[in-house]
Design a protein around this ligand. Structure first.
Ligand code: HEC
Ligand code: HEC
Length: 250
């Protein structure tokens, strides 16, 4: 190879090196995301609290807890609040203040917009959705029961209490709640929650408590069919609790 050809080759290689460096560090197609100030605070709390030791983001992290990349929008504020204060199952209590919680939520929400991590569940039905299909069959519920069901859905009782003995987060069987406590005690729990446990403080007034109570009695007595059907589907493999996203990847 002549000296000129060698010089030309070296200049081309050096040129390619600079173009490559520019492409890698300058983000010309604008895919880099910047976090808001609040989310950066959340990120700091995420790191200090070592959340990553149990949770993954984009599949990286520990496996005791679920991947949290794209899940924050599917969790009710009540669930997030209870998880980040008193904990849940093997998730330890962090007693985070409301401002710290908002920062963490902002962090998780902004991370979620940067990409998709978790494979979706395919055709499997989620437990709360199955329960909805079984309760809302088209036949009208008694008025008070319907109101109680509505409240149970808006307050997300069924993200924790399901009509079976292995409800998530160690919560009791939904069909047994009506009989597990005296009426007054039940109203107290629905107002104050159970301090130190995952049962959140919902501050339900007496009228709402009465409606929820009516729904729980209906689930206990008239919900026989629902309980059976729920059990059938759970055992049939159409609904696999172990495949619910907060537990593991598919
Ligand atoms: C020791 C392990 C561990 C640590 C540390 C931990 N978690 Fe968890 N986390 C879990 C487990 C296990 C669950 C599932 C709990 C359950 O099944 O009720 C969970 C659940 C959650 C959930 C609810 C997910 C859902 O789908 O319901 C959120 C949100 C969460 N953790 C956020 C955090 C944040 C934020 C931190 C750091 C401040 C953190 N976790 C630290 C183990 C941990
Ligand atoms: C974040 C999860 C969660 C949500 C949401 C939730 N609960 Fe609970 N609840 C629990 C757990 C866990 C317990 C058991 C606490 C314990 O260990 O004593 C419990 C206990 C109870 C109890 C006490 C009786 C018993 O057998 O344990 C009642 C009644 C109850 N829940 C009703 C409800 C109703 C009604 C709703 C919705 C309006 C609701 N809960 C929402 C988690 C939850």
């Amino acid at each position: 190879m002549s000296i000129r050809a060698r010089q030309l080759l070296i200049s081309i290689l050096v040129g390619i090196f600079f173009v490559q460096t520019w492409l890698v560090y300058s983000d010309p197609i604008g895919t880099r995301h910047t976090l808001s100030k609040l989310a950066i605070e959340g990120q700091a709390i995420w790191r200090e609290s070592n959340c990553q030791s149990c949770h993954q983001l984009f599949g990286f992290g520990g496996f005791l807890g679920p991947d949290l990349t794209n899940t924050i929008d599917s969790l009710s504020p009540g669930r997030v609040d209870s998880v980040l204060t008193v904990g849940s199952g093997q998730m330890p209590p962090f007693h985070l203040a409301p401002e710290e919680q908002s920062a963490l939520v902002a962090f998780l929400r902004e991370i979620s917009t940067t990409g998709v991590s978790q494979p979706k569940l395919g055709e499997a039905v989620l437990p709360a959705e199955l329960l909805r299909q079984l309760v809302e069959t088209g036949t009208a519920l008694p008025v008070e029961v319907a109101r109680g069901w509505e409240l149970a859905r808006t307050h997300d009782c069924i993200s924790c209490h399901l009509p079976n003995k292995e409800s998530l987060h160690l919560a009791s069987d939904l069909t047994m709640l009506a009989t597990s406590l005296e009426r007054d005690k039940l109203f107290e729990v629905l107002h104050d929650g159970i301090p130190g446990k995952a049962m959140p403080r919902l501050a339900l007034g007496p009228a709402d408590c009465a409606a929820v109570h009516a729904f729980l009695i209906w689930m206990n007595e008239g919900g026989e069919q629902i309980r059976k059907r729920f059990e059938q589907v759970t055992n049939s493999g159409e609904l696999e609790l172990s495949k619910v996203p907060w537990f593991e990847f598919e």
